[in-house]
Design a protein around this ligand. Structure first.
Ligand code: URA
Length: 207
């Protein structure tokens, strides 16, 4: 079953529009992405399981909720790192993994060139990548992450194309998706339209 959460918040929409503008420079783009990822992180961590713990306040002993354990965050290189800052500000002690994938420009297939993950077995994993385009990179990263047997996976992006959502749903129906917006389509070279261009280039100023 498709679990798609479109984060419908005026601040997220406003910041996304500024990021989409071709004239927005990298410095401002990075800042906007960090701010937006903080808001998205707030949503993607909704409904994380809690346990009751006995604590002592200055007034009395009381049972209060606490996270059972913090999720692990996995960034899909390189653009995923643009979302990482905001997510780590919300869950500062989360352990972080990286999966490096590049897109073969002819086949649009994802090729893995780097993988370093903390222990994932039984954990909730939040996978971050700003652009869910063809879904190839996301799918390949999820294939790799699932080898380590996490309990649950949430996929967090900034923009999703309908094609990427469908591909991810087909390959990984158990993975819920959070995004700030669903755009119209992919163009002939696999970029999201209207989109914001190449997220990695926009973040790192490499275009
Ligand atoms: N990756 C990007 O950075 N942008 C797109 O539009 C699609 C994939």
């Amino acid at each position: 079953m498709l679990e798609l959460h479109v984060v419908n918040h005026p601040l997220v929409s406003h910041k996304l529009t500024q990021m989409r503008r071709a004239e927005t420079p990298s410095e401002r783009f990075r800042q906007l992405l960090a701010e937006t990822s903080l808001l998205l992180a707030y949503e993607v961590t909704r409904e994380l399981p809690l346990k009751s713990v006995r604590i002592t306040t200055p007034m009395t002993d009381t049972d209060q909720p606490e996270l059972i354990e913090e999720p692990v965050v996995v960034s899909i290189l390189r653009a995923g790192n643009g979302l990482l800052d905001g997510v780590l500000r919300v869950i500062p002690s989360a352990r972080v993994g990286h999966v490096g994938l590049y897109r073969d420009h002819e086949t649009l297939e994802a090729i893995e060139y780097y993988c370093k993950l903390p222990p994932l077995e039984g954990r909730t994993v939040i996978v971050v990548d700003p652009m869910l385009a063809t879904g190839n990179s996301a799918s390949a990263a999820l294939d790799r992450i699932k080898l380590d047997e996490p309990a649950a996976i949430r996929f967090l992006c900034l923009l999703a194309a309908p094609e990427g959502i469908a591909a991810l749903q087909e390959a990984h129906p158990d993975v819920a998706i959070w995004t700030a917006a669903v755009d119209e389509c992919l163009n002939e070279v696999g970029y999201i339209v209207p989109g914001l261009g190449d997220a990695g280039d926009r973040i790192f100023g490499t275009s």
